[in-house]
Every structure is written in structure tokens, then in C-alpha cells.
Design a binder for this molecule. Structure first.
Ligand code: ZN
Length: 404
């Protein structure tokens, strides 16, 4: 078998395309395969599909292909523009690559498989291509998959923000709780962000008015955004966020009291944890303290009690419990706890909504770890756009179909 026939079979190239020849240079570890079409070949029109269009002119093009063993491989071909009697002069697309891509479909499929498994920078080094070229491939497949995604069933949404770069920009994730996947991710964390989600939902066959339940933190931006853009949604305030507000108040009480009670030094993490999660050493430390005389200990008890809200058997029991808790907290004579209790009061209905919706952002823990993985894989990602593409790829359950 001649090497051209072998390459032709291996590449799956069919007439009118043929492999005309190849140059192999082991010194530069490179295989160049030259593809051509026979003089007088006829092609189907890329617009209307009409058969038997003649070539009008050609453009020489090159594509990176899968390695030939350890050698980089490139395909070369002159790509014709064809003359269609209906459509005029149209550039042909070749069967082995997308228009405007410098990679073959198989090479792109390899890239998409690799970037799901390791950081894009590492993939770039491995295949010997600049990462911006790989990001272009990732964006293409992610955008194409997102364009085809159907969001008509989205009715319960968890909204959560995550820092995109340490301390700087934020991206907000919109998770369809029904399918446990990120359906939208965008820069920012305010009312506009929620409006952008509603637009995107409508653009993908979804209906902002069909969103019945939303879980958010207590930030005014998300509250306003939900009211403006998801008008029929009942709001549940994320229980982890609510507990965190009380927890922060406990920490403020401890910081103030530490100035008079030296034994509180080094106890910060004891008060931030639940008793069941304390180490033996922390437990012993806690037992050794004059708990009845410490404001911090009282604040801690109030926080533990708040958590019991979520163990109440019904919405009615929950509401009665929260009322008693509020009375206790506001009579604690601990200003940070009183502040936190007032915050709870202002978000009363949304906190109690949990008894109906039973949704919390913590339920999307699996999603959070995928988002962390996306951040790691997009390390040095250069832009928020790259990060969001990686979030979609890993946490979006998209139907990515390279080489199709
Ligand atoms: Zn045509």
C-alpha cells in the first residue's frame, strides 16, 4: 500500500478529496500531509446544497491535526470557492475542519477532552499551542452547546456569587435546581445580573415568569433583581447565609470581650464551629472556660439555637420558634446579636420560606466543587469570559459535540 493510500484511509478522506503526498521530517518532528481534489471536480453548494458546482478559485490552508506518534501533523489543502447558479460564489467547508479553524475536528475533540481534565495552560503546553487558540476552540463548542440548550423547564433557581479573582471581580451563578446544573453565569452581583439571567432564560425557550422559587443571599441587589426580573418567584434566603450573619455577630462579641477576658485569645474557631465538629482539644478548652460569665458563650448559644430553626417540623412550628428566638436575641443585651436579629426580622418571610421550598445554596455543593475545579482549570484564564466558559463546560451539563 502506498503511504498516500494509507494516510487517505487513516484520515477518512473521501473523493473528491485525495491525499496527494506527504513530507516527513523527523528532525523537526513534523509530518505534513497534502490533500487535493482532482481537476474538474464538482462540489455541492455550501449554502443551498445544489450538486455539481465547479470550483471558482482556491485558497491554500493548513490545519493542525492529531499527532503522528510523537510528531506534529499538519494537513494542507487548497480550498475552493465554488460557483453556484443560485447563490453565486461560496467558500466550501472541508469535511475535516470547521470554517475559520486552524485545527482539524479530531484535534479539537482532543482539546475538548483534555481541557475537561486538566488546566488549559497545561493542555497548551502539552499540545504545543498558544492557550488563546485553545480558548477560541473552547468558546466555540461551549457557545454552540449553550445556543441549543433548552431552559423551558427551569422553575427553581439558586443564585450564588463566587469571587473570580481574589478579592476582585465576582461572577454570579444561576443554578437550575431541578437539573442541578449551572444554566447561566455572568460577571457582577447586582440587580442587573438577575435581569441578564431573565433575558438569557427567555432567549433559551425559558420564561422568567415561570420561575416560582429562588434561593438567594440577603444582598439588596439580588433582592431587587429578583423582584424586578423574576416577578413571580417566592424568595428563600439561603440558610447558610442566614447562619453566617449570626455567626459573624458572635465573632464581633468575642472580639470585644477578648480585650477584658484574656482566656478568649485563640478561641475564635471554637465559637465558629458546632459542638459536634470541635476537636478534643477545642472541646476541653471550651469546658474549661467560665461559660456562664462569658458574653461570647451566650452569643454562641443564641447562634446554636438559631440553627435549630431548620429542625422544626413545620412552617408553623418554625414561625413560632423564630419568634421566640427573636425575643431572646433582642433581649440579650449583646449589640451585635441584636443587630443580627434585626437583620433576621427584615428578612423574616424569606427565611421562613425555607419550610416550603426546602432549597438552600448548600444543596448545590456539588456545583460549588465543580466551580472550584473550573477556576483551577482556567488558572491564568486572562478573562472572566474564559472562566465562565469553563464553568459552563464543567458544571453546565452541556451537550458538547466536537467533531460534528
Ligand atoms: Zn447554492
Amino acid at each position: 500500500m502506498r503511504d498516500t493510500s494509507l494516510l487517505q484511509l487513516a484520515l477518512g478522506i473521501v473523493p473528491p478529496w485525495t491525499v496527494r503526498g506527504s513530507d516527513f521530517d523527523p528532525k523537526v518532528r513534523r509530518l505534513d500531509i497534502h490533500i487535493d481534489f482532482a481537476v474538474g471536480s464538482r462540489f455541492a453548494c455550501p449554502s443551498c446544497g445544489a450538486a455539481d458546482c465547479p470550483a471558482y478559485d482556491t485558497e491554500q490552508m493548513t490545519w493542525r491535526h492529531l499527532n503522528f506518534f510523537q510528531h506534529q501533523a499538519y494537513l494542507h489543502a487548497r480550498v475552493p470557492r465554488v460557483r453556484c447558479s443560485q447563490c453565486g460564489i461560496k467558500k466550501l467547508s472541508v469535511p475535516w475542519a470547521r470554517p475559520d479553524s486552524g485545527f482539524t475536528l479530531l484535534f479539537e475533540a482532543l482539546v475538548m477532552a483534555l481541557v475537561s481534565a486538566m488546566p488549559v495552560n497545561n493542555v497548551a503546553r502539552l499540545v504545543g499551542e498558544h492557550d488563546t487558540k485553545l480558548w477560541r476552540v473552547i468558546h466555540h463548542y461551549v457557545e454552540r452547546a449553550r445556543a441549543g440548550t433548552d431552559l423551558s423547564a427551569v422553575s427553581r433557581v439558586a443564585i450564588d456569587e463566587t469571587a473570580a479573582r481574589r478579592g476582585h471581580n465576582y461572577i454570579t451563578l444561576f443554578v437550575d435546581i431541578g437539573q442541578a446544573r449551572v444554566v447561566f453565569a455572568t460577571e457582577g452581583k447586582d440587580a442587573e445580573t438577575v435581569a441578564a439571567f431573565a433575558d438569557d432564560l427567555a432567549a433559551h425557550n425559558g420564561d422568567p415568569e415561570a420561575v416560582a422559587e429562588v434561593c438567594i443571599d440577603m444582598s439588596p441587589g439580588f433582592i431587587k433583581g429578583t423582584a424586578d426580573s423574576l416577578p413571580r418567584a417566592a424568595v428563600t434566603f439561603d440558610k447558610f447565609h442566614a447562619v453566617k450573619i449570626i455567626n459573624d455577630a458572635v465573632d464581633r462579641v468575642r472580639r470585644a470581650e477578648r480585650k477584658v477576658h484574656k482566656l478568649l485569645a485563640g478561641t475564635r474557631y471554637i465559637w465558629l464551629r458546632n459542638p459536634a465538629n470541635l476537636s478534643e482539644r477545642q472541646h476541653a478548652m471550651l469546658q474549661s472556660m467560665p461559660l456562664r460569665h462569658l458574653k461570647t458563650a451566650r452569643a454562641y448559644q443564641i447562634r446554636l439555637a438559631f440553627q435549630e430553626l431548620y429542625e422544626q417540623s413545620s412552617a408553623k412550628a418554625g414561625a413560632a420558634f423564630l419568634k421566640r428566638w427573636y425575643f431572646w436575641a433582642t433581649h440579650s443585651r449583646l449589640p451585635p446579636i441584636i443587630d443580627a436579629a434585626r437583620t433576621v426580622k427584615r428578612h423574616w418571610d424569606g427565611i421562613l420560606r425555607w419550610f416550603h421550598s426546602k432549597i438552600a445554596n448548600g444543596l448545590i455543593e456539588g456545583i460549588n466543587s465543580l466551580v472550584q475545579a473550573a477556576k483551577a482549570k482556567a488558572r491564568g484564564y486572562r478573562s472572566i469570559r474564559n472562566l465562565t466558559a469553563m464553568v459552563y463546560l464543567l458544571a453546565g451539563k452541556l451537550d458538547i459535540k466536537p467533531a460534528a
